[in-house]
Design a protein around this ligand. Structure first.
Ligand SMILES: Cc1cc2nc3c(=O)[nH]c(=O)nc-3n(C[C@H](O)[C@H](O)[C@H](O)COP(=O)(O)OP(=O)(O)OC[C@H]3O[C@@H](n4cnc5c(N)ncnc54)[C@H](O)[C@@H]3O)c2cc1C
Length: 277
């Protein structure tokens, strides 16, 4: 197994609570569960190479054994490759976002609830994540402006709860131009149909979706318009001897149990294929 980061566990390292919808695992937050999995990997004898990022995927000929080449130029040839490189958060890429991260600008209300509680906060995004974060902040005494570029995509339950929540104001058709502040976030510059306007805020939470980590294999595998790998029901990708599983395939629900289940299906098919069944 090759892993780009310093330790296996992926997004679990960003789950600062006991993950929801996760039956059968001992209590603990994401990093604790990641550590349990890392022990299991070690105990099962799977060699794990951390700090080793896959940079390209190929094979000597289109039907030949695949290889993965790391960013350091090391080539790993194999009978089968399972792509499980997951997703990363999407950023707005506007002025002030990077500079004021963790100084008012956040990507998770849960993680930063203590510092955001009671403040004026702008939440950016229109999906489940944005609506859920707005509700969490309202519950912590914040006055929330929920800024959506387009119509809401959040599930009905969240939309209804937001509509009932007096401390959440929803504005549609607005984009963020910049996060403003010298040392800490002081305001957010937004732009709507009537032009730019500035909203004072000492907190902002950005929830604008995820990007699949597939830049390294997109050139050789079929993918959708956003780069998520297309697979068949057995999790085979478009190239022989290559499978993909987990968030990187855009399952209908991005979640740990879904990734487990998909990986189990993929591995079962890898095994059957290698045995010639
Ligand atoms: C804040 C937060 C809260 C969440 N809460 C929950 C929850 O409560 N319940 C739940 O079920 N799910 C939750 N999730 C989602 C869950 O964590 C993911 O669905 C799950 O981790 C997906 O697993 P994965 O293996 O597909 O991908 P990931 O966890 O994204 O793992 C992919 C791995 O691939 C590595 N990688 C990426 N690119 C390369 C490369 N080029 N070469 C080598 N390695 C690479 C990454 O470093 C990473 O370790 C949450 C996610 C976040 C961010």
């Amino acid at each position: 197994m090759i892993e780009a980061g310093p330790a296996p566990g992926g997004q679990l390292h960003h789950v600062h609570f006991h993950p929801r919808e996760l039956p059968g695992l001992p209590a603990g937050d994401g990093p604790a569960i990641a550590a349990t999995f890392a022990h299991q990997l070690r105990d099962s004898g799977v060699p794990v190479r951390c700090d080793t990022a896959a940079a390209s995927l190929g094979s000597a000929d289109p039907r030949g054994r695949p290889w993965v080449e790391s960013s350091a130029g090391e080539r790993f040839e194999a009978d089968a490759v399972l792509v499980a490189t997951g997703v990363r958060r999407r950023c707005l890429e506007v002025p002030g976002e990077r500079e004021l991260e963790d100084r008012g600008v956040s990507y998770s209300a849960t993680r930063d609830l203590r510092s955001l509680a009671g403040r004026d906060v702008v939440v950016v995004g229109g999906g489940d994540g944005a609506f859920e974060n707005a509700l969490i902040l309202a519950g912590a005494g914040c006055r929330v402006l929920l800024a959506l570029l387009e119509e809401p995509r959040a599930r009905r339950e969240f939309r209804d709860r937001v509509a009932r929540e007096r401390s959440i104001e929803v504005v549609e058709g607005v984009r963020v131009n910049a996060f403003l502040g010298a040392d800490r976030l002081e305001a957010v510059e937004l732009e709507g149909p009537d032009g730019p306007f500035v909203r004072k805020a000492s907190g902002a939470v950005i929830k604008v979706g995820v990007i699949p980590n597939t830049e390294w294999c997109r050139a050789v595998l079929d993918h959708d318009g956003e780069g998520f790998i297309r697979v068949d029901p057995r999790h085979r990708a478009s190239r022989p001897a290559v499978w993909a599983a987990g968030d990187v395939t855009r399952p209908p629900l991005l979640g740990i149990t879904v990734a487990f289940g998909a990986a189990a299906l993929a591995v079962a098919d890898v095994r059957a294929t290698l045995r010639g069944e």
